[in-house]
Design a binder for this molecule. Structure first.
Ligand code: PHE
Length: 451
């Protein structure tokens, strides 16, 4: 076992694992998806329900995924095979996760490509080269999208090829704090701008009369997406976690960190939308959001251009660069799931696995590059529906097949105070009853419109 673990790779310590899991969680979900979803689903009320889902459903599910991973030391498919060796059907939970991983990565790569392309859009804007700037800023340009998807996927493959610890740990440790710093400075700036107060109040005052099935469904999907749950990314990362670490603690850090960054991103972007609106950019139309996946790529550059001068350039280029890196630590975790599956289950060598799987997924990204309306459809099927569905199945598996006793034995490893902790009392109730019921109710009521 020790040998096998060594070959598969292992995190160098607690911080490394938390950073990697936080790196997976923090990404476009926080800065691209969260503010757009919040703005189009009532602002404050979305934020509130999102937080409830993240802490009451997401956090327990994250602990479940970490335990499955660390106990089995396997990719999602292998993990269910290992823990339920008498019935192969359970493997399908892992297989669904791998499929969701493949499909999410395919469109995520295109959007991640935009963030990187906007580094150049900003750079050329401030150098006064409008034509070049517009070319890099055109998110509907197929060739441009394809080119940046290739770049982004190549970077992801390169890091995955290097193994778990090295690349991911390094990228996350220094750059994440910088991202937070830049968010805070920009929030300070945007709140001084005309129109921002309206955005701020939309974001921070929940209008409870706006709660409906659609808002709850969207907030649930967002919580799963943002915390990287429901498809085995955290199972896979957990499979490299040393036994001495405390799972409940690590999961708490990751949940707090990820929701904290999403909260900050909303504090920046929703007011910025209103500022952009008062600058003449159409953000809201007919009472609703003129949505579309490219929204933040209109709103944020508008803000940087208004800041102008050297600082505009520093923030514009810096922000999109940091966001690209945050997206990269997420694409890494998505590709790692599929790569670990190919390595563990089919005996493929790491390098070959990463290149093979990565190029296959890239083909789908290239297709999407030329028809970006696919992003919304794929996101609905594989994130908003697919991830909560995966989370639901994981809860049932842990609650009724593997069993909370065995799962808790894994949680106890590395957690000295476990016997006396609230986790011990509350976690099984959440996993067996509350989380699966909440997820099921929302999926059924939305999909079948029986609210
Ligand atoms: N959580 C990532 C983000 O917010 C996206 C992701 C989803 C990563 C699912 C892995 C698994 O950007």
């Amino acid at each position: 076992m020790a040998e096998a673990t060594k070959e598969r790779g292992i995190w160098s310590g607690k911080l490394a694992f938390i950073l990697a899991a936080a790196g997976s969680a923090v990404g476009l979900g926080n800065i691209w998806r969260f503010p757009t979803e919040a703005a189009s689903h009532g602002g404050g009320v979305f934020l509130l329900i999102y937080l409830v889902f993240a802490f009451l459903i997401g956090y327990p599910v994250m602990m479940a995924e970490m335990s499955i991973g660390r106990n089995s030391r396997k990719n999602p498919v292998g993990a269910f095979k290992f823990l339920a060796s008498d019935n192969k059907l359970y493997m399908l939970i892992g297989a669904w996760g791998v499929l969701c991983g493949i499909m999410i990565l395919s469109y995520y790569t295109v959007v991640a490509g935009w963030t990187f392309s906007y580094v150049f859009e900003e750079l050329f804007h401030f150098m006064g080269m409008a034509e070049l700037s517009n070319w890099f800023g055109d998110t509907s340009h197929g060739i441009n999208n394809a080119l940046f998807s290739v770049l982004f996927m190549s970077a992801t493959i390169a890091i995955i090829t290097g193994g778990v610890a090295e690349g991911i740990e390094k990228a996350t440790k220094t750059l994440m704090p910088l991202l937070i710093l830049i968010l805070i400075i920009l929030i300070g700036y945007v709140l001084t701008q005309e129109g921002s107060a309206k955005g701020l109040s939309r974001y921070l005052t929940p209008d409870l009369t706006k709660i409906n099935a659609e808002v709850i469904f969207a907030a649930m999907g967002q919580a799963f997406f943002s915390l990287s749950l429901g498809m085995g990314a955290i199972i896979t990362y957990g499979s490299y976690l040393p036994k001495r670490e405390n799972i409940a603690g690590a999961a708490a850090y990751v949940t707090l960190f990820d929701t904290g960054i999403a909260f900050l991103a909303g504090l920046l972007i929703i007011p910025a939308m209103f500022v952009a609106q008062s600058n003449g950019i159409t953000i809201f139309e007919g009472g609703g959001l003129k949505a579309g996946p490219a929204l933040i790529f209109q709103v944020l550059p508008n803000m940087f251009h208004n800041i102008g001068g050297m600082w505009g350039m520093v923030f514009g280029v810096g922000f999109f660069l940091l966001l690209s890196i945050a997206a990269l630590t997420s694409t890494i975790s998505l590709l790692e799931v599929v790569t670990a599956y190919a390595i563990d289950e089919h005996g493929v060598q790491r390098k070959k696995a990463a290149m093979g799987v990565g190029s296959g997924i890239l083909l789908v990204s290239l297709f999407i590059s030329f028809d970006i309306s696919l992003i919304g459809t794929l996101d609905l099927i594989f994130s908003s529906i697919g991830l909560p569905l995966g989370g639901f199945l994981i809860c049932l598996f842990v609650g009724y097949k593997w069993g909370p006793q065995d799962a808790m034995a894994e949680l106890e490893v590395g957690y000295d105070q476990f016997e006396k902790s609230i986790v011990r009392k509350a976690w099984p109730v959440f996993i067996k009853v509350l989380a699966p019921l909440a997820i099921l109710y929302n999926l059924v009521s939305t999909l079948f419109g029986t609210f």
